[in-house]
Ligand binder design. Sequence first.
Ligand code: DC
Length: 231
Amino acid sequence: MGCVAEEKQASRLIVAIDGPAGVGKSTVARLLASRLGYLYLDTGALYRAMAWAVIESGRDPADAEAVATLLPTLSLQMQFHHGAATVLVNGKDVSSDLRTPAVSVAASVVSAVPAVRAWLLPIQRQIGQGGAVVAEGRDMGTNVFPAADVKFFLEADPTVRAQRRHWELVAAGHSRALEETTADLAGRDTRDRSRSIAPLVPAEDARFIDTSALSVAEVVDQMMAVIAARL
Ligand code: DC
């Protein structure tokens, strides 16, 4: 019997995690990646970097044609150091500017632009191509990694998700009313679930987990049990 670390590296799985905002995806994806010794791919950060670039250029994120004209001038890179990712837009590190409420809403809006999704697709696949990756987003299991070894779809009650996101923002120093965060989340949900291209829907072969009443550790344990059977 080989040691666990060897087995993990030998298997180099692609683990796909999808679900709406505030469901706990990033937290559990990061923990799973660290337990497995895998790369954590936060694809939302790529959409956020795109939104940041659109805002910075003075374009309207809802103007699909204007957004498309930005793409040929744009270079976007994700660099990984000891499990932490840095996002570079035209060589500038924008990682610390991506979590503001304005960027969150703009990311949801630009992510409905087909040219943006097509432009980001090869970047995501290139990062995940060798496996040993936990990829998290909205269309990992359906579109970016349809052949992923293990797929999860996380859900939670909208009021629980809004509360979680609210505390995250407060902890990060953004003072905002819970009602505002709840409204933002509802708007993003509707956009992410109803857009015509790669909408937020579970892959047919995804395992569904309702995280409303579960702790982070309970969610991670459930997921690890499924992944361990594939290592
Ligand atoms: O996961 P997040 O909140 O950082 O994502 C920000 C926005 O990016 C989200 O509202 C929808 C979009 N997104 C997407 O459309 N597809 C992905 N794979 C990841 C994010």
